[in-house]
Ligand binder design. Structure first.
Ligand SMILES: [Zn+2]
Ligand SMILES: [Zn+2]
Length: 260
């Protein structure tokens, strides 16, 4: 391998010089573009960005500066229904700001999202412990969700094979919900520019939840193909044609199948 490292934020390959420079100056492996992003002023502060990178390092499916149709959330983890806001001291001192924060928390809770507020000082002095504590919270959340899954599997008395299909379907539906409901505003903006083709395209690197949705979709359709579920759902289609029909979805499935 010529290039051993990649950018923690965007995945771009990093030459050793860039890697060394970024670690030395910023503490994270970042490409030049993402180094600028870290230090330049955008919606999220550098504190929020540092916590985001620290969580990404721990393989948490996080998003930074996420617009929810109302306001930009500093750090969003839709998979676990948790938002993280990183606050400066004015959130504490300024009662107007505090009231806005409370209303935001209420709005998010109504959408099923809990908000965790982290003060800048904590990130400044104890970034690693902060990230570790958040990972523990997320692990507990994941366990709650896993327990819910087991409960519904037991209620429905599913066979092991049915459980496979259940998991694939639920995973896909969860991401579908995130992309079109939770991420609704963002998705709308992308689709206004790309048309419906954009849903199946994988060129929108920053649209992370959409990638998770496509991965879940691929796994589900693979399972359906392997188990002849397509054939029973669309009689004649799978056997009469060499591939799927000519619509966007059919083309996508075809390309995917050929690339395997
Ligand atoms: Zn980058
Ligand atoms: Zn079709």
């Amino acid at each position: 391998m010529f290039v051993e490292h990649s950018c923690l934020k965007c995945g771009y390959p990093l030459y050793d010089e860039v890697y060394d420079y970024s670690i030395r100056n910023h503490g994270f492996p970042l490409c030049r573009v993402c180094q600028c992003w870290l230090t330049n002023k955008t919606k999220a502060t550098e504190y929020a960005k540092r916590l985001y990178l620290e969580l990404k390092k721990r393989h948490v499916p996080v998003e930074i500066e996420k617009f929810d149709g109302h306001k930009t959330i500093d750090i969003a983890i839709p998979r676990f229904r948790i938002n993280i806001e990183v606050d400066g001291s004015h959130h504490n001192i300024d009662s107007k700001q505090a009231l806005v924060d409370l209303q935001r928390t209420k709005y998010s809770l109504e959408k099923g999202y809990e908000t965790i507020r982290i003060p800048n000082s904590l990130i400044k002095d104890s970034l690693n412990q902060t990230a570790d504590s958040l990972v523990v919270i997320l692990k507990n959340r994941k366990k709650e969700m896993d327990d819910e899954r087991l409960k519904s599997i037991n209620i429905m008395e599913l066979s092991p094979r049915e459980v496979q299909l259940y998991d694939l379907l639920v995973d896909f539906l969860k991401w579908l919900y995130i992309v079109f409901e939770v991420d609704g505003e963002y998705t709308k903006t992308i689709l206004e520019n790309t048309g419906t083709e954009g849903i199946l395209s994988d060129t929108y690197g920053n649209w992370a939840n959409h990638e998770y949705m496509l991965t879940a979709f691929n796994k589900l359709t693979d399972y359906m193909q392997d188990n002849n579920i397509f054939e029973s759902a669309t009689p004649g289609l799978a056997s009469d044609y060499e591939g799927f029909c000519g619509c966007s979805l059919g083309g996508f499935l075809e390309r995917n199948r050929n690339s395997r």
